[in-house]
Design a protein around this ligand. Structure first.
Ligand code: GTP
Length: 352
């Protein structure tokens, strides 16, 4: 499992916590993927760590809670996606012909991992890539296939994509193919390994599905992922409560006169006061949403304080930040951890 990226697009959320460990629908993001992988028969996982590597083991330990055996491999210098796979292969115990599942640590996917592995083995492919369809593929590398599902090219972002099928960040490698990735240097599977294999005539298969899929690399997508999990749009065995309009973690206090829903999660020890309205948002542990505040599709960090009547929409508030009364933060605004916004510092409406 690739979990070593810096998650720059998710800053400031990822300044203190790596993306795969961000609290999502009440548990560390990766818990959802681990539980799903276990449900498909995975028993052993190697974490390829780099950024904030020391935080993974205290969170997941030896994996017993998931019924998994977890191993942690560390990169002194980040090696990129391909270099990380090569480096983590040191901890593999399987033979050269065995299939090895590789997952990006920032994807929520409802696809059938077992079927992807079965197709890979049946076709004796070098690599089998999960492909998903998106409305706008221009932001992604697109991956055309022929009638037999064979990948014919791996194309970088282009304004005129030839297909709306994109790389979904879940691969099955034949172990011996991983051993051909150069060792000890930065390698990108997307830019180097996959195009190289296709060029060399190796069988690179696509496994295309239309099942739930989300890359949680941006704040909007992260909030959406948490919301979808809480609402049950993607079933997760790791969800800490039954799916529904909201999940309230232990020790949280939600006033009966507050309106909280739309797939929101209220962190442990957080407080939502009377008249506040929270929709589709992630509220961190110990934060405060004061009376009459409106929080929509936003992330409020651990210990942050949102004053009376504040409006947040598509906003990210860092841990322990304070937003004073009369502020309106919308359209992707990000407040860095610990920052204090005084009363009426920011307002987007013309009627302020
Ligand atoms: P951004 O900086 O916002 O692009 O996020 P990112 O650092 O996570 O990069 P990206 O989304 O492209 O990474 C895809 C997956 O590969 C994620 O699960 C990352 O954790 C992982 N990853 C990216 N680079 C490395 C690396 O150098 N080493 C390891 N071990 N994992 C990596």
């Amino acid at each position: 499992m690739l979990v070593g990226g810096q998650g720059t697009r998710l800053r400031p959320l990822t300044l203190g916590v790596p993306k795969p460990l961000l609290p999502t629908a009440g548990v560390p993001f990766l818990a959802h993927q681990l539980a799903r992988a276990r449900a498909f028969g995975v028993r052993r996982v190697v974490f390829a760590t780099s950024y904030r590597a020391e935080m993974f083991r205290p969170t997941f330990g030896d994996g017993e809670a998931f019924g998994l055996s977890l191993t942690y491999v560390y990169e002194e210098e980040p090696l990129g996606t391909g270099g990380a796979i090569r480096n983590a292969a040191r901890a593999l115990t399987c033979g050269p012909d065995a299939p090895v599942l590789v997952l990006n640590g920032d994807i929520l996917s409802g696809h059938d991992i077992g079927e992807q592995v079965r197709r890979h083995v049946a076709a004796r492919a070098a690599v089998t890539l999960h492909l998903t369809e998106v409305d706008d593929p221009s932001r992604f590398g697109c991956v055309p296939t022929d009638a037999d599902g064979r990948v014919t090219a791996f194309l970088e972002k282009t304004p005129n994509p030839v297909t709306n099928r994109i790389n979904a960040g879940c691969y099955v490698f034949t172990r011996s193919v991983i051993d051909t990735i150069p060792e000890g240097r930065v390698v990108s599977v997307e830019r180097e390994t996959f195009p190289g294999l296709i060029e060399a005539g190796a069988l690179v298969l696509g496994y295309a599905t239309r099942s739930y899929w989300l890359d949680v690399g941006t704040p909007e997508a992260f909030v959406q992922g948490s919301r979808d999990l809480v609402l049950g749009r993607l079933a997760s065995p790791a969800l800490p409560a039954p799916p529904g309009e909201l999940i309230v973690l232990p020790g949280a206090e939600v006033s009966p006169e507050a309106k909280v829903g739309g797939g929101s999660v209220v962190g442990a020890g957080a407080k939502v006061e009377a008249g506040a309205a929270v929709t589709g948002s992630v509220l961190g542990d110990g934060c405060l949403i004061a009376a009459g505040a409106t929080v929509t599709d936003s992330v409020v960090g651990r210990g942050a304080r949102i004053a009376e009547g504040v409006v947040l929409r598509d906003a990210v508030i860092g841990d322990d930040a304070e937003v004073g009364p009369g502020n309106e933060l919308i359209r992707g605004v990000r407040v860095w951890p610990g920052v204090v916004l005084p009363e009426r510092a920011v307002r987007f409406s013309s009627d302020a």
